[in-house]
Write a protein that binds this ligand. Structure first.
Ligand code: DDH
Length: 278
């Protein structure tokens, strides 16, 4: 029988939905934190992309230079080695996908448009330390960092909503605790907690951070609190706390923009939306 299935393609395009499903399968491996690899995969993709500098057009998710020292050893990237190693099993099964596409794909959700085509680069393309935000600082620092990537105030607030996910670890950043009580679920809870709780300085020997006065179980970084101390940021926090659908819609668009920073495109690329298993 002759037919399309007998033709072996020479330049095989990876089956991204299949790879997405394989990532989904390891996501809930119950050997990490709160029972999901999701948060640390999101953080890996964000730290790979957030090095972008629009003026020099360096950094960004293209390249996956965090595989190499010195970028792998930058303080901000502490703890991300585990995420990179976890994704190695997927890379082994699918050697045709680049690390930079794989890391970006691992942070994807069903509503986030995704475009493949990132190419891995060499250690020489590592970005200098200091391009990612410093959690101990406030709004003017956040503007310096995120304006350099090409984001505006609203986009800074949208991206910060990712802190609904995951937690801080004393052995990684030095900070401690989750932002919400459902750290494996993507919600607008970060904004609701930020506005709804009374935040007091944590009494401890660690770096300055805040805990909710009532239970002491949830946390905020100084950089997080600056989002309600700053007059231009706060209205966006209020808007996303009220409207989760709007947050999901805006987050998908702005996270996609983050993942595209510095990636060469012609404009003709196919845009993928992935199906979840359930
Ligand atoms: Fe973040 N983040 N982040 N963050 N982040 C930490 C954890 C996670 C800052 C500091 C920290 C974004 C923005 C900022 C996630 C996603 C995103 C930790 C704790 C610190 C510190 C690390 C550890 O100890 O393990 C600061 C400062 C900013 C800022 O100023 C805006 C953005 C934009 C994102 C994004 O994804 C779009 C996620 C997810 C985590 C949880 C990781 C985990 O292991 O759990």
């Amino acid at each position: 029988e002759l037919g399309a299935k007998n033709i072996v393609p020479t330049n095989k395009e990876p089956d991204y939905q299949k790879i997405y499903d394989q990532i989904a399968d390891v996501l809930e491996d119950n050997d990490w934190d709160d029972g999901s690899w999701g948060p640390v995969f999101v953080r890996l993709a964000w730290h790979a992309a957030g090095t972008y500098d629009k003026n020099t057009k360096t950094g960004g998710s293209n390249g996956a230079t965090m595989r190499f020292s010195p970028e792998s050893d930058h303080g901000a990237n502490a703890g991300l080695k585990a995420a990179r190693e976890k994704l190695e099993s997927i890379k082994k099964k699918n050697p045709e996908i680049s690390y930079s596409d794989l890391w970006s794909l691992a942070a994807g959700g069903p509503k986030i448009p995704w475009i493949p085509g990132r190419k891995d680069d060499e250690a020489a393309a590592c970005t200098p330390d200091g391009r990612l935000p410093d959690a101990s600082k406030g709004s003017s620092h956040l503007r310096d960092i995120f304006y350099r990537m090409g984001f505006d105030d609203r986009e800074i607030v949208v991206l910060a909503g990712a802190h609904a996910l995951g937690r801080c670890h004393p052995d990684r950043s030095g900070f401690d605790g989750p932002w919400t009580s459902s750290p494996t679920m993507f919600t607008n809870g970060f904004y609701q907690e930020l506005l709804g709780k009374k935040w007091v300085e944590k009494k401890w020997k660690g770096p300055k951070q805040f805990v909710d006065k009532e239970t002491g179980e949830l946390m905020m970084l100084p950089a997080d609190l600056s989002l309600i101390q700053d007059k231009a940021f706060k209205p966006h926090v209020e808007k996303y706390a009220k409207d989760e659908e709007l947050f999901f819609k805006d987050f998908a668009a702005v996270f996609h923009k983050l993942e595209e920073l510095g990636v060469p495109r012609t404009g003709d690329e196919k845009v993928y939306y992935f199906k979840t298993k359930d």
